[in-house]
Ligand binder design. Structure first.
Ligand code: ZN
Length: 469
C-alpha cells in the first residue's frame, strides 16, 4: 500500500514536470516595439526603424528578428511592418502599423502682382495662377476663384484636406495725367502781317487713349500787331487729371532788307571761316595800309591773337560758327544756338565785346540744313532777329570757297559783280591764299571806281537771301 502511494506521487510529479516543461517551451517571449505599434509618418519623410527587443528568460533574441517592410512611400495609406522571430522552432510575430499622411498645404502662385492697379474704366482680366501640391502635384484646375468687391480670393484643397487661400487686390484708379503733344514748334516767330495757322496737336491718356477731341484751346494771335501771344491747350481725362501747355507765338517786325536806296555804292568786305595764321594776318596788314575797315565772321579755329587784332584795328568781329559742322549745327534749333554761343563767348573772352552780327554757315539760303532738320532756316532766320541778332548774307560772291582758285579769278568774280546802285556785301574767306593775294587789287579797283568801304555794324541794313528750308 505504501509503495503504491509513493509511485503515484512520483508519477504525478513527473507529469507536473512534463506539463511545466511543455508550458515553458511554448511560453511566448517578451516582444517589445519601441514607440509602439502605431506610428505616423509624414509624406516625403523617410521611415526610420525605431527599434525592438525580444527577450525570454533573460535571453535576448533581438538579433534573430526578421523585418518585412510593406511601406509604399509614394502612396498615402496605412502599412504593416512585420517583425518575426523564431525561438526553438516556434515563430513569434509583432506588427507595427505605419500611417503615411500628408499634412502639407498646397501652394498657390499668382502671375502678376498681388496688388494691381487698373484704370477705372477697365475690367480686371485674370492674369493667371497656379496651384501645386507636394502630393497631388498640379491642382490648378481645382482652384476656386471668388471675386468680391475688389478682392479676388483663390482657394484650393488637396486630397488630404489641406487648404490654402490667397488674395489679390484690384485697385481702380488713375493718377496719371494725359499729355498734349504740340505739332510744330512750341515757340514760334512770324513777321508782322504774315498769316498764322494752328499747327495742330494730339492728346493721349493712359486710360482714355486718344483725347485730342477733348482739348480746349484758348488765346489768339494778332498777326497785325507786334507782341508775344500765348495759346493755351488744356485737356482733362475722365478722372479729371488735367494737363496744360502753352505755345508762344511772337509777332516781330520784318527786318529792313538792303535795297538800292540805302548805302549805295558801299563795299562791305566780309571774310568767313577764319582766323588763320598766314592769311588773316596779311589781310589785316593790307586793310591797315589801305585804311579800309572790313568784317570778319569768325569760327573757333585759329589763334586768339588774330581776333584780338581784328578788333583792335577797328574791324567788325562777327560770328560765323564754332564748328562749321553742318550736321551738328543744323540738327536742331538748340544745337544751332549752342554752336553760336560758343563762338560768341570766344569773341567776348578775347575782346570783351558781345557780337550780335552773324552769318549762317552756308548762308540763310542754304539747302544742306534740310538734310538735318526740315524748316530750320525758316525758324532760325526769324528767331535770331527776335533775339536781337542781325544776320548778313551777300550779294557778291568771290567764289573763293568754290572754283576760284587763283587771285585773278577771285578779283574778276568780285569786280564784275559790283554795283553802284546798291550796297555790295562781298563773300570772301580769309583762310584762302588766293583771296589774300587778290585783296589789294580789289580795294584799289573799288577806290578807283568811286566805291567806298565800310564795316558792317548793327545799324547796317541786313542783306539777306531768300530762305530755301
Ligand atoms: Zn563758312
Amino acid at each position: 500500500m505504501k509503495k503504491k502511494y509513493v509511485i503515484s506521487i512520483i508519477i504525478i510529479i513527473i507529469i507536473l514536470l512534463l506539463i511545466s516543461l511543455v508550458v515553458l517551451f511554448f511560453w511566448p517571449p517578451k516582444f517589445e516595439l519601441t514607440k509602439g505599434q502605431n506610428i505616423t509618418l509624414k509624406y516625403g519623410q523617410k521611415y526610420k526603424e525605431p527599434g525592438y527587443k525580444v527577450t525570454k528568460f533573460g535571453h535576448d533574441y533581438s538579433k534573430n528578428v526578421k523585418i518585412t517592410n510593406k511601406i509604399n512611400k509614394n502612396k498615402l495609406g496605412t502599412y504593416d511592418i512585420i517583425y518575426q522571430v523564431k525561438i526553438n522552432g516556434l515563430t513569434f510575430k509583432q506588427i507595427r502599423k505605419v500611417k503615411l499622411i500628408d499634412k502639407e498645404k498646397p501652394k498657390i502662385t499668382l502671375t502678376g502682382n498681388q496688388n494691381i492697379t487698373i484704370c477705372p474704366n477697365k475690367e480686371y482680366k485674370e492674369e493667371g495662377y497656379k496651384a501645386i501640391d507636394n502630393y497631388d502635384g498640379d491642382i490648378t484646375s481645382k482652384v476656386q476663384v471668388i471675386t468680391k468687391n475688389n478682392i479676388i480670393t483663390y482657394k484650393v484643397e488637396d486630397s488630404s484636406g489641406n487648404k490654402t487661400e490667397l488674395t489679390r487686390t484690384i485697385t481702380k484708379e488713375d493718377k496719371t495725367s494725359p499729355t498734349i503733344t504740340l505739332k510744330g514748334n512750341q515757340s514760334q516767330t512770324i513777321y508782322i502781317g504774315e498769316s498764322w495757322k494752328e499747327p495742330g496737336y494730339t492728346a493721349a491718356d493712359n486710360c482714355d487713349n486718344d483725347l485730342t477731341s477733348k482739348v480746349i484751346t484758348s488765346g489768339s494771335v494778332n498777326t497785325n500787331k507786334v507782341g508775344t501771344y500765348k495759346i493755351n491747350y488744356t485737356v482733362k481725362d475722365s478722372t479729371s487729371n488735367t494737363f496744360s501747355i502753352d505755345r508762344t507765338v511772337k509777332v516781330i517786325n520784318k527786318p529792313v532788307k538792303n535795297n538800292s536806296t540805302v548805302n549805295k555804292g558801299i563795299i562791305y568786305l566780309t571774310f568767313d571761316d577764319g582766323p588763320k595764321e598766314g592769311t588773316t594776318n596779311v589781310i589785316l596788314d593790307i586793310l591797315k595800309e589801305e585804311n579800309v575797315k572790313a568784317t570778319f565772321f569768325v569760327t573757333n579755329s585759329g589763334p586768339d591773337s588774330l581776333i584780338k587784332r581784328e578788333y583792335n584795328e577797328g574791324h567788325t568781329v562777327g560770328l560765323h560758327t564754332a564748328t562749321h559742322n553742318y550736321s551738328t549745327v543744323y540738327s536742331s534749333v538748340n544745337n544751332y544756338y549752342n554752336d553760336l554761343l560758343q563762338v560768341q563767348n570766344r569773341v567776348k573772352r578775347i575782346t570783351g565785346y558781345e557780337s550780335k552780327i552773324i552769318r549762317f554757315p552756308g548762308g540763310s539760303s542754304n539747302t544742306i540744313s534740310k538734310k538735318y532738320s526740315k524748316g530750320i532756316m525758316t525758324t532760325l532766320t526769324k528767331d535770331v532777329v527776335n533775339k536781337g541778332y542781325h544776320y548778313f548774307d551777300w550779294n557778291v560772291d568771290s567764289d573763293d570757297a568754290g572754283s576760284a582758285r587763283s587771285s585773278k579769278t577771285v578779283y574778276n568774280n568780285v569786280v564784275k559783280n559790283l554795283s553802284k546802285n546798291r550796297a555790295n556785301v562781298i563773300l570772301m574767306h580769309d583762310i584762302k591764299p588766293q583771296t589774300r593775294d587778290a585783296l589789294k587789287s580789289i580795294i584799289q579797283f573799288g577806290k578807283n571806281n568811286g566805291y567806298s568801304f565800310d564795316k558792317i555794324t548793327m545799324s547796317t541794313p541786313m542783306v539777306t537771301h531768300g530762305v530755301n528750308n
